[in-house]
Design a protein around this ligand. Structure first.
Ligand code: NAD
Ligand code: USQ
Length: 406
């Protein structure tokens, strides 16, 4: 297949591009490299030394003989350029990763809120709009989030996208319907993914666009089979307070002897998936496209759930280190249970990689190797969800006063 990977320079997009290329697909990466610019804005860098996208694609060709094509396009702002590219290339499938994906970054300031909404919603709408205009019947696979459901439990498992409900009619009968699970975002970023869901629902219904939305949990790990092939194919690894996600942060913190930064009581339960499974799931989803006119296909792309404090204790046990319980910069439930259905991927052959000491140690080893690149001052999470919370986030886990808050 000819596949366009929007956001193919990112943490999940890069290993996905390599995986699909190794399977023989023709891969075109469309990316505006905004993630690299955000690193510059924040004064941080990936733990792992990432080469330019052009250099990465050159090494991939050298190692495998396969080509990855790169196109510098802003999906959110360059509508005409995107449309022209799609019209000239007419891909069979489009994988859409190209959004601002960090909840803390989306909550930093009014500017960051505007940027995240404008970038994410426009990117998704531009793409759908252009596909319809060009009568392009490509399968659109979007990376959504478990966060659209809101993590809270009502004593039932979270279904894969749709909730069966009974509605009482005016005549007193009950009719059954399946509706999108009620959206309950916990950040501006997560809210944009809820808005994406509505865009997908409309375009699938109105124009028959074939869409799969993958509600993904927190991705952890760094290597996949293909990124291991050469040091310059290494994946990015975010550890800073805005982009680093919880388990990868704990692993790097343990590796450099930094206290493990648990927010609040650590009673938050979240869904997780290893990066290798993430790329496999995308491959599986590509093979299982909905038909024209079918409703949006939704998969829960996760393999296990864990409580944050249990993860911290586990990492501290494996690698050594102290767990620090910190004031929570976020407005979120202090404790929640989370049970998630993921039967569709299991039925389609996913054999989940679950948390085990070997894989955790692999990430710790990567972190130790590149520990010299870590700026400890960038580890604290200082993006506060509300004005009331901001003054409480004034010290780092080592007790030093933080210069800027909020
Ligand atoms: P990332 O930030 O590493 O990658 C996103 C890529 O998209 C970057 O290369 C960025 O430059 C590009 N991009 C952003 N806006 C763009 C635009 N307007 N035009 C062109 N390119 C643009 O993020 P990631 O961790 O690889 O996540 C990819 C997708 O998966 C995101 O949509 C995210 O919401 C979703 N997701 C990620 C995780 C996770 O734990 N990383 C979990 C669940 C869902
Ligand atoms: N947390 C800590 N300590 C830290 C960092 C985070 O306790 O040092 C806590 C947070 O308060 C939160 C939980 O860990 O309760 C998860 O935070 P996270 O930053 O790992 O994940 P999140 O903000 O939800 O976002 C990440 C990705 C996002 C994706 C989402 C999937 O950045 O793109 O959509 O995971 S999910 O969490 O399932 O919604």
């Amino acid at each position: 297949m000819k596949i366009a990977v929007l956001g193919g320079d990112g943490f999940v997009g890069w290993p996905t591009s390599l995986h699909l290329s190794s399977l023989g697909h023709e891969i075109h990466i469309l990316d505006n490299l905004s993630r690299r610019w955000i690193d510059t804005e924040l004064g941080v860098q990936s733990l792992t030394p990432m080469d330019s996208i052009q250099e990465r694609t050159r090494i991939w060709h050298q190692e495998t003989g396969r080509r990855l094509h790169f196109h510098l396009i802003d999906i959110a702002r360059d509508y005409e350029v995107l449309k022209r590219w799609l019209s000239e290339n007419r891909p069979d499938a489009i994988i859409h990763f190209a959004e601002q994906r960090a909840a803390p970054y989306s909550m930093k300031s009014d500017r960051h809120k505007n940027y995240t909404v404008n970038n994410n919603v426009n990117a998704t709408h531009n793409l759908l709009n252009a596909m319809v205009e060009l009568d392009l019947d490509a399968h659109l696979v979007h990376l959504g989030t478990m966060g659209v459901y809101g993590y809270s439990t009502v004593g039932a498992a979270i279904p894969e996208g749709y909730l069966p409900v009974g509605i009482e009619t005016m005549s007193g009968d009950t009719v059954s319907q399946e509706i999108l699970y009620p959206a309950n975002p916990g950040s501006i970023y997560h809210m944009t993914k809820c808005l994406d869901q509505l865009l997908f629902q409309f375009y699938a219904k109105n124009d028959g666009v074939r869409i799969t939305d993958l509600h993904q949990g927190i991705v952890w790990g760094t290597h996949t089979e293909q990124t291991r092939l050469h040091p310059q194919l290494v994946n990015r690894f975010d550890y800073d307070g805005d982009y680093g996600t919880v388990l990868n942060r704990f692993l790097i913190q343990a590796a450099i002897g930094y206290p493990l930064t648990v927010h609040g009581t650590g009673g938050q339960t979240r869904a997780f998936i290893h990066i290798q499974d993430s790329v496999r799931c995308i491959e599986i989803a590509l093979k299982s496209a909905p038909k024209r006119g079918e409703r949006v296909k939704i998969f829960n792309q996760m393999t296990e759930t864990h409580r944050v404090r249990d993860l911290a204790e586990m990492v501290a046990r494996i690698a050594g280190g102290r767990v620090a319980y910190l004031p929570n910069p976020r407005k979120e439930a202090a404790e929640n249970d989370l049970v998630v259905k993921n039967e569709q991927f299991l039925a389609l052959g996913l054999d989940p990689i679950t948390l085990e000491a070997g894989l955790l140690s692999e990430v710790i080893d990567v972190a130790k190797k590149f520990a010299y690149r870590v700026d400890r001052a960038r580890i604290p999470a200082v993006s506060a969800w509300t004005r009331d919370i901001a003054p409480k986030i004034d010290r780092d886990p080592e007790g030093k006063r933080l210069k800027s808050v909020g």
